[in-house]
Design a protein around this ligand. Structure first.
Ligand code: HEM
Length: 406
């Protein structure tokens, strides 16, 4: 384990380097400092590296050292700088692994969140913060159909790195893991992609449907205050922060590809190519949940994903979805029920990322019904899960999580 002295020494070196930040920023950076963390309402970048860490630090001081060092490194990386001075001494490891040297910052954002395990692990309050755990940071219930793998569930600290260049996103998480050695250890990572269409507009997921149409408008400050940013209802250290619910959802793509177009559209309650609600032509037309067809059946089926996600059916609940598709090769799948298939199938799907003011009135409220009734469930399996309290942004000179730990 890195000694505390070495750890803080590292942080000091980064601090010195960070003084040179203004003016040295390369093209197209996103701002790191601000009232909210970047990467939540930031227009979605093309790539994501999501990483969850276990906390191995033994005391609060070491955790503070970590968050200070990560804040400084994150500010540098976001600006397109190496995590630390590269160094030229043959005898010491370089201050950055180097694969982003010469690359554009590519709108890199780094978003940090604290999981329930940071506050209390096996009954132990290692960092003296158990009393500060927000009520909104609940343990997610087990939902019908969940097949969660322990290695991809829970965790103490999450980092969402997004950039328009996958190498930049990978590099950033790798530097944070390196800097955090001794205080955190990597639990799991997931790489995701989300291609913006040539003609702009809503990106599509691997099921071929536009995904994100009915998201609350990130330019609407009122909507963000109502649905995304934590306010005065919880602890002061979370004010201006947000809660992330992350779910790795595997999709049976080969099975889906055999479904008739009309059926695919019934599953979502939307037309595939335009993204419009069934019976409409405009993607952004409101869902008419009362509309019926010639037989008097609901035009948007009772089991349609869009109906079950609609605020009108969920007490007005809204969440900000910022998901990425993933593809991890292919593996053997055996179905013991009809159609009794055995085959090598894609291990691919959606890394579902949703930000909200309070998961109890957001994700949980919506997914309680969805997990039981959604026609989409025939094709999806939730295999990973995490909930994280993402504190507000840091101000220059300050550090992320200072309100909680400082
Ligand atoms: C692989 C899994 C999933 C896929 C492929 C998927 C896809 C979609 C699509 C295509 C839409 C319609 C367009 C839009 O409004 O963005 C949609 C809407 C929505 N989805 Fe999902 N989704 C998935 C999982 C989930 C989960 C787990 C939740 C849990 C809360 C969820 C919540 C919503 C909500 C709230 C809406 C908006 C409904 C509305 O306001 O009309 N989705 N999703």
């Amino acid at each position: 384990m890195t000694s505390r002295r070495a750890f803080l020494g590292g942080a000091g070196a980064v601090a010195a380097a960070a003084v040179a930040l203004p003016g040295t920023a390369a093209a197209r950076p996103e701002l790191f400092f601000g009232p909210h963390q970047a990467g939540i309402t930031t227009p979605q970048q093309g790539s994501m590296q999501f990483a969850v860490f276990d906390a191995t630090a033994e005391n609060r001081e070491d955790l503070i050292g970590l968050m200070r060092a990560w804040t400084l490194a994150a500010a540098r990386l976001t600006a397109g700088l190496p995590a630390d001075h590269l160094g030229t001494a043959d005898a010491a490891p370089p201050g950055d692994s180097g694969e982003a040297i010469g690359l554009d910052p590519a709108r890199l954002t780094l978003t940090f969140g604290f999981g329930p395990e940071l506050f209390l692990l096996q009954g132990k309050d290692r960092f003296g913060i158990a009393a500060e755990r927000p009520a909104a940071l609940v343990d997610l219930p087990l939902f019908p159909g969940d097949q969660l793998e322990t290695g991809k569930t829970g965790g103490a600290i999450a980092v969402q790195a997004c950039a328009d260049d996958p190498q930049v996103a990978f590099h950033a998480v790798r530097q944070l893991a390196r800097i955090g050695a001794g205080a955190v250890s990597l639990k799991w990572t997931k790489a995701g992609f989300c291609a913006a269409p040539r003609t702009k507009g809503t990106p599509r997921n691997l099921m071929g449907f536009k995904d994100g149409t009915m998201n609350p408008d990130t330019a609407d400050a009122r909507a963000m205050a109502d649905y995304v940013w934590a306010g005065k209802e919880g602890p002061a250290w979370m004010e201006g922060g947000s809660y992330l619910v992350a779910r790795q959802i595997r999709i049976a793509l080969q099975h889906w590809d055999q479904m008739r177009l009309g059926f695919q559209e019934q599953v979502f309650g939307r037309h595939k190519y335009s993204g419009a609600p069934l019976g409409k032509t405009d993607e952004f037309a409101p869902l008419d949940l009362d509309a019926t067809d010639a037989e008097g059946d609901p035009l948007i089926p009772a089991t349609a994903h869009a109906r079950l996600g609609a605020p009108a059916l969920n007490g007005g609940a809204q969440i900000l979805r910022r998901s990425y598709s993933y593809s991890d090769g292919a593996d053997f799948v055996a179905e013991r029920w009809p159609p009794w298939r055995q085959a090598i199938e894609y291990d691919a799907g959606l890394m579902f990322m949703a930000y909200q003011k309070d998961p109890r009135s957001g994700f949980i409220r919506i997914f309680e019904t969805m997990s039981r009734l959604d026609a989409l469930n025939q094709f999806t399996t939730h295999v990973g899960s995490g909930i994280f309290a993402c504190p507000p942004g840091a101000t220059p000179g300050g550090w992320l999580g200072q309100g909680l730990l400082g």
